[in-house]
Design a protein around this ligand. Structure first.
Ligand code: FAD
Length: 368
């Protein structure tokens, strides 16, 4: 009998298993996929680490988490600086002085601030009724129309006028020539790929793949004293209160017989007509010099049960439903719910590590 059955070999499950082992506990990790790592898994092709489930860039300002993760892998100096392609025009992201020069040929922060302020004033939006109003009120017409509207509509599958304003609370605008997408202190991509992190975390821990918890729930439950569950919380409770909603994605990977396709890891396509939102060229995450390259087109997809649940939709309806499931989870004996799907939260990697370490602290009653 194991101390813990861990459902899901993603980052949450792997951190929990690693720390439990350090505390002298035995763990069995299962995953329904044919690999461990959850969404940070990379497939190696032609010596290139392909981010199979979407571009992953590690970033945090938490020194403890940054040091924790470096036990398993070194990070390179990759800085995320996406480029937007709007109908063939290229713009730097996030919105900064480079973008404003490309939009209006302005060279000083004062000129850029004046243009944005006058565009906002012209629209005279008082109380934003939808996402379009909200974005226009924050950044004015040009940035909204060229860099936000089409991308957001593709992501959500509806017009910005039908989306609630709260989705965009702030739109960071920088009046410096700084293309670094994240504001965090630490950032990078693991040297040799994300799988190294998972391999390090799960070293010496029994991991069984291609096993869906729900195909043999009763038998699997009998294998351990406690369960750590990182799958969808509503599925655990057999959808008895109803279904939580997600957005899903489709990834189209292509291997190209050329050294360099787009010269940058991330290109966002911000017009509505091109059906994908991004093209990722994986080798640039690791400054690769391979002879060939691999790109991935990312298409937003309406989620239906059975598809991968990529983004929780944290609107009021889903939040209320999740809170009811959480009450059921709190009443469930010997089960810890964790991770992006278990907690229905859009966690980044550093947040999932933080949440797993907190859960370990609570379980073993000590500091990590
Ligand atoms: P997951 O990785 O989803 O792992 C859960 C595991 O449980 C999966 O392997 C699944 O197969 C398994 N499972 C589920 N149900 C069952 C079952 N019934 N039986 C057995 N196994 C089951 N974070 C960043 O910090 N930076 C980024 O740039 C970034 N980019 C992202 C881009 C995309 C497109 C997405 C979707 C996420 C991104 N993230 C990013 C977030 C990051 O992927 C997550 O924070 C992290 O991977 C979550 O780990 P997890 O263990 O909670 O969940």
């Amino acid at each position: 009998m194991f101390d813990y059955l861990i459902v899901g070999a993603g980052l949450f499950g792997a951190v929990f298993a690693h720390e439990a082992k350090k505390n002298g506990k035995s763990c069995l990790v299962i995953d329904k996929r044919n690999h461990s790592g959850g969404n940070i898994y990379c497939r190696q092709t032609d010596n290139i680490n392909v981010h199979e489930y979407g571009a992953h860039i590690f970033h945090t300002s938490d020194k403890t988490i940054w040091e924790y993760i470096q036990q398993f892998v070194q990070f390179n100096h990759y800085i995320n600086s996406p480029i937007a392609n709007y109908k063939g025009e290229l713009y730097n992201l996030p919105f900064n002085m480079n973008t404003f020069y490309q939009l209006w040929k302005v060279q000083t922060p004062k000129e850029a601030q004046q243009i944005i302020a006058s565009q906002i004033a012209d629209l005279n939006i008082q109380e934003p009724q939808n996402l379009e109003d909200q974005a226009l009120k924050l950044v004015g017409k040009d940035i909204y129309e060229k860099l936000i509207k089409g991308y957001t509509e593709k992501q959500w599958g509806v017009s910005c006028t039908q989306l609630p304003p709260f989705i965009i609370r702030r739109l960071p605008v920088r009046f410096t020539f700084d293309n670094n997408y994240f504001n965090d202190t630490y950032q990078g991509v693991p040297v040799g790929g994300y799988n190294k992190i998972i391999e390090g975390l799960l070293d010496g821990i029994e991991t069984r793949l291609n096993i869906d918890f729900f195909t043999d729930r009763n038998q699997l439950t009998k294998l351990a004293h406690k369960i750590v569950y990182t799958g969808c919380i509503d599925e655990y409770f057999e959808y008895q209160l109803g279904e939580l909603e997600y957005r899903s994605l489709k990834f189209e990977h292509e291997q190209l017989d050329m050294q360099n396709f787009q010269g940058n890891a991330v290109f966002n396509y911000t017009d509505r007509e091109i059906p994908y939102t991004r093209i990722i060229e994986h080798k640039h995450f690791e400054f690769g010099t391979q002879k060939t390259t691999i790109i991935t087109k990312e298409y937003p997809v309406q989620w239906q049960r059975g598809m991968e649940c990529y983004y929780p939709i944290n609107n009021e309806k889903n939040t209320q439903l999740y809170n009811r499931y959480k009450d059921l989870a709190n009443a469930e004996n010997n089960v810890i719910f964790g991770g992006r799907l278990g907690e229905y939260k859009y966690y980044d990697m550093h947040q999932v590590i933080g949440a797993a370490l907190k859960s370990v602290q609570k379980e073993f009653n000590h500091e990590i």
